[in-house]
Design a protein around this ligand. Structure first.
Ligand code: ZN
Ligand code: ZN
Length: 262
């Protein structure tokens, strides 16, 4: 046990040292606009933070997507969820995928450096604090990418940002329980009707005992319709997760998806 504790302690010291190293290496400037953020405790300046559009209410209590004018505003559940309940208990989105957020996430996709992970990780932590701070989770599961894609890109950005959330909340980060078993075509560019077919049975569970009866939080960096996270949630639920929640850093479009997208 002491070895495990020692290991944990060492990894914390290592990550704190890395943070110190990164702030020494990179000046304390806003990740998006370059203005000084010294002493703000953030890598995003207040102006940029205020310009980022948060996905705020009114949104559906279940799927977290903004309610449209077609929805009955007296209800907190959207028409789509009422017709066909999603395969998870709750989903939430942090901010809209546009302007500086879009630039930041694209940069992260190509360079998963500590410097690039920090601002997007910060947005994820902020979204968690807004939507899930009062809930208890057994593990955080980042949406996996297929091995082939991992080899070509070298990393999975959902894991990179989930690490920040795990460090900040102390919730166990489980990177291997959920596996992308099939290399699927990128969801972007596919018509909505094809998105779910594309993902069918794309995820497998490697360690059901780590999921069964547990409260799971699934993390992804960007989502358009929630189709990928829904499919991941379906796989997790199949092996008996007690509670399945989803948190996505950025929502690609403010337009609501079609009814058939879950
Ligand atoms: Zn800024
Ligand atoms: Zn809904």
């Amino acid at each position: 046990m002491w070895r495990l504790n020692g290991k944990l302690k060492n990894s914390r010291i290592f990550s704190a040292a890395l943070d110190l190293f990164s702030s020494a290496l990179f000046p304390e400037v806003c990740y998006f606009c370059g203005s000084s953020v010294t002493g703000e405790g953030s890598v995003i300046c207040a102006d940029c933070r205020n310009s980022i559009r948060i996905v705020s209410e009114p949104f559906c209590d279940l799927c977290g997507l903004p309610l449209s004018t077609f929805d009955d505003f007296a209800s907190t559940i959207c028409g789509r969820c009422l017709t066909k309940p999603p395969p998870y208990d709750k989903a939430r989105y942090g901010v809209y995928y546009e302007q500086s957020v879009r630039t930041g996430i694209t940069r992260l996709k190509f360079h998963s450096s500590l410097f690039n992970v920090r601002p997007i990780g910060e947005l994820l932590v902020q979204a968690f604090n807004t939507h899930y701070s009062s809930e208890r989770f057994d593990s955080i599961i980042p949406v996996p990418v297929h091995r082939k894609r991992l080899i070509s890109r070298g990393f999975n950005q959902a894991i990179s940002v989930s690490k920040r959330l795990s460090e900040s909340t102390g919730i166990f980060l489980d990177r291997t329980a959920l596996v992308k078993s099939r290399d699927t075509a990128p969801q972007v560019g596919l018509p909505r009707s094809k998105r779910l077919v594309n993902l069918k049975n794309a995820f497998n569970i490697s360690s059901p005992e780590r999921i069964s009866g547990k409260r799971i939080l699934i993390i992804d960096d960007v989502s358009t319709t929630g189709a990928t996270v829904s499919e991941a949630a379906r796989a997790v639920r199949k092996v008996g997760a007690a509670y399945v929640a989803i948190l996505v850093v950025a929502l690609r479009s403010k337009n609501r998806p079609a009814e058939s997208d879950f």
